[in-house]
Design a protein around this ligand. Sequence first.
Ligand code: ZN
Length: 249
Amino acid sequence: MRDDLCCCGDFSRHHLSGGRRAFMGSVAVGVLTAVALPIGGSQAADPVPKTTLTPDQALRLLKDGNEQFRMDAPSRAAQGRERRVELARGQAPFCVLVGCSDSRVPPELLFGRGLGELFIIRNAGNTIDTAALGSVEYGVGVLGCPLVVVLGHETCGAVAAAIEVVEKNATFPGVIGEMIQPIIPAVLAARSQSGDLLDNAVRTNARRVAARLKTQSAVLQEALRQNRLKVVAARYDFDDGNVDWFEDV
Ligand SMILES: [Zn+2]
């Protein structure tokens, strides 16, 4: 990828040059999936208009898609050649999704979505570091997504590991321990709640990450202030395929 181009086709139009290399380093690996690189470079016009969906309409699409997934309804998600070629001109997703890397939680499948619809950040435990935050801000501030979803899930291994750290002072190889550090405050908060500790920690972690996004990103706060963005948390259940929504974060 050329240094002066980004996933939207022209990095220089959208971003401050001072943070360019750091940003490219953070998002270039696997996050930006629908890449369009116009030969013309910096003078190219936006090839695909941003979504016109409202935050509530975007959320409704996810809820409806999840309902179809739960019912084993045939997927109507666009993923054929025609859509792929259309998206070669650029992307206009309607939702930024922060999810867990867990192989059982693939966002497009859970929500019945197709190519070019979800801008996804995944890591074990669905947390937010600088790379993830920059990616979320890119999805909202540049691509115009009206919805951010932080999706936790039943029996998340990363959250379980954070519980082991808190309760048994457990250690893990490499930088795994460092990776799960941001989950520990959710575990501590969940310990004072009644019920299942792991599930409470999963829910608390998703809520905390969503709340952090709402309060610690100037880009998201501006979109929230203009009523063109909603940030919600959610929890996916393996057994029934259902997603619980927490819209009050
Ligand atoms: Zn997980």
